[in-house]
Design a protein around this ligand. Sequence first.
Ligand SMILES: N[C@@H](CCC(=O)N[C@@H](CS)C(=O)NCC(=O)O)C(=O)O
Length: 206
Amino acid sequence: MFKLYYATGTCALATYITLEEAGADYTAERLSFKTNEQSSPDYLAINPKGRVPALVTDRGVLTETPAMLAFIAQSFPKARLAPLDDPFDFAQVQSFNSYLCSTVHINHAHKVRGARWASEESSFADMKAMVPKTMGACFALIEQKMFKGPWVMGEQYTICDPYLYTLSTWLEGDSVDINATPKVADHFKRMSDRPAVRKVMDAQKA
Ligand SMILES: N[C@@H](CCC(=O)N[C@@H](CS)C(=O)NCC(=O)O)C(=O)O
């Protein structure tokens, strides 16, 4: 049994959907960012980084989305969520997810988390103003050079798909028109229709 700590509207959605797609036995506990629950002593005892997601397993706590997604894919091989038998194909999955984690997510974070990198109000405004440009450029690159279709890695749905979907949910708020990247827009629609995604979105509303 796993326990996922998440907050709505965050990158934790990718892990949440993947647990559901894998058919894992799990519970999900929502943290409130409004009350800064991610920085509470109780939660810091679980994840000292003060971020979501965190996945509690019987072997300890995992953090960092690409690691959690690979862990779930490897723990539930029958769900076929990654090309586990091919080192190169698996590295491509990791490469895509690492790009989302280390570049796309960080660009997005410049909108509301500028205090991580600067202290002047003018710096925050400058960082925020760049977000539509940097997020738009990342998604253009994904569309033109990385996305194979119909799923991120081609014919097989993988752990790249819920992660791309999750970051695509941020585009509107980042003032990026998803329709400027038609393959990503189509992927977003198809992901939205998947039973696992619907179930998780509904659970988050409850
Ligand atoms: N590299 C981490 C990033 C985790 C992260 O930054 N999560 C954000 C939500 S998307 C968070 O918890 N922010 C809370 C805060 O900064 O206080 C991952 O991919 O899991």
